[in-house]
Design a protein. Structure first.
Length: 477
């Protein structure tokens, strides 16, 4: 706390500007500075710094991320470092034993950690990424701001700002057609996707992301079925869904994002993923754990399987689960934000997909509802039988709340969204409703299962447009 309050972050940020990474000691200095910031962020995330502030009668609401965003231009330095083209200097040399690629990777890790912090995502601090102030250091010789230049469209282009959204998109664009070749590149790409996805919890960044044709770039990654496709799905999930905190606020940015997604041909790419077509699923890179040849060996039954092969098989399974869940979340976001009066006939184009091919998408949605309902119930049952539940009860805490949390983490949230998707189809099309009722009847079930899921979903939402929509489904279905 003394370091942060005494201007330590500003000093670290300023010193980064005078380091020459081609020199051994300077490269180590950059690495040490990034490690220091990372350690402070870890302490801040665990609540150690805030608790210490409150014990010393200081402002416990002030976080490390707040200090970074309000007092320094460190974020801009991180974007500048990520944007920097290291060229052929991607490996360590005698003069600089730390590889520039490793420093670039470390910068992306720190950036991702900052943008994932609740203070930034809740807009308590920090500017929109498309208009960050340029990096400044106390050691700069010339601190004069450059005059505004003219952009191609004739408007004034600010020379004293940096477009972080564009930097992240350009970093992703380098891998839109091909996979990362080495592990460092793979980790760097994952960090960039994490940073971009986290930034989209802020509506102002979503507006800039759509303007920068970020949705179109993510769809290109999906078309190529490369490693970047997995991260692209995650980014699209965040870009279209919005923050869970914003259930009652203005969702214009997310509505526009959903309409842009449909107009750019996103539905054509999304439904094969939603239907779990193997030919449509992006493949993890060979240099990643889930894409290595060991992932297949870890699946074999019988014989001795190495721990590394088991980890690889687990990573591959995790990859497929994330693809499925992101596809479901994107589908729910479309049904949530697209209205009958949306642009590009988005509502009709989405609804007709559930009707065509003898309502096979409705069959898939029923399958998903049953799958995640079962997973959620198993998680709830396991919680009640766990030591955690017993300890919670002894402490006098609400055991039902803990069970609900376990249920949601085990698949309850995905079950709720699947129920909402199915309701969208049933309410919008009489043919879909009749088909769903027939299919559920064959399985000895009925629409009451869907209503139960929707009712539980509505009970977890704050008053607002999203809750009203779910309550409308309960009434109409």
């Amino acid at each position: 706390n003394a370091f942060v309050d005494g201007g330590g972050m500003e000093l670290v940020s300023s010193n980064l500007g005078r380091f020459d990474e081609r020199v051994e000691e300077d490269a180590k200095g950059v690495e040490d500075a990034l490690s220091l910031v990372e350690s402070l962020l870890d302490l801040d995330r665990t609540g150690v710094l805030r608790n210490a502030r409150e014990n010393n009668d200081q402002d416990g609401s002030l976080s490390v991320v707040s200090c970074i965003c309000k007092q320094t231009t460190f974020l801009s330095w991180l974007f500048r470092r990520i944007e920097k083209d290291d060229g052929e200097a991607s490996t360590a040399t005698a003069a600089a034993p730390i590889s520039p690629a490793v420093l670039k990777l470390h910068a992306s890790e720190v950036l991702s950690a900052i943008l994932q912090h609740e203070d930034y995502s809740a807009q308590r601090c920090g500017d929109r990424l498309a208009s960050l102030p340029t990096y400044k250091s106390a050691f700069d010789d010339d601190l004069d701001e450059k005059p505004a230049a003219k952009a191609d469209d004739g408007s004034e282009k600010k020379e004293n700002t940096i477009d972080g959204i564009e930097v992240l998109l350009l970093a992703i664009a380098a891998f839109r057609k091909s996979d990362p070749q080495i592990e460092v590149e793979c980790e760097f790409l994952e960090n960039v996707f994490d940073a971009l996805a986290a930034s989209l919890l802020r509506e102002d960044n979503v507006v800039d992301f759509v303007k920068a044709e970020g949705i179109e770039l993510m769809l290109r990654c999906l078309r190529q079925k490369v490693h970047a496709g997995g991260g692209a799905l995650k980014v699209l999930n965040f870009a279209l869904s919005g923050s869970a905190r914003d259930s009652s606020g203005n969702n214009d940015a997310y509505i526009k994002a959903c309409e842009t997604f449909v107009n750019a041909g996103g539905i054509k790419l999304l439904f094969p993923l939603y239907m779990a077509r193997k030919s449509a699923i992006p493949s993890p890179a060979a240099c990643s754990e889930g894409g290595s040849s060991l992932a297949k060996k870890g699946k074999h039954n019988g014989g001795t399987v190495s721990k590394r092969a088991k980890r690889a098989a687990h990573a591959r399974k995790k990859w497929l689960v994330e693809v499925e869940q992101n596809s479901i979340n994107i589908m729910y976001a479309l049904t949530r934000h697209i209205a009958k009066d949306s642009e590009h006939d988005a509502h009709a184009r989405l609804l007709v997909k559930f009707v065509e091919e003898d309502c096979e998408k409705c069959d898939r949605t029923i399958e998903l509802c049953q799958k995640y309902d079962e997973k959620a119930r198993i998680s709830e049952y396991q919680y009640f039988r766990s030591d955690e539940a017993e300890e919670t009860e002894k402490m006098g805490m609400d055991i039902e709340l803990g069970a609900l949390n376990a249920k949601l983490r085990g698949g309850g949230g995905t079950f709720h969204r699947s129920c909402a998707i199915l309701s969208f189809a049933c309410v919008g099309s009489k043919r879909c409703r009749a088909h769903v009722m027939d299919q559920l009847k064959l399985q000895g079930s009925g629409l009451s299962v869907i209503k139960v899921g929707l009712t539980e979903f509505a009970s977890l939402l704050s008053d607002g447009r999203q809750k009203s929509q779910i309550e409308y489904y309960i009434t109409e279905i």
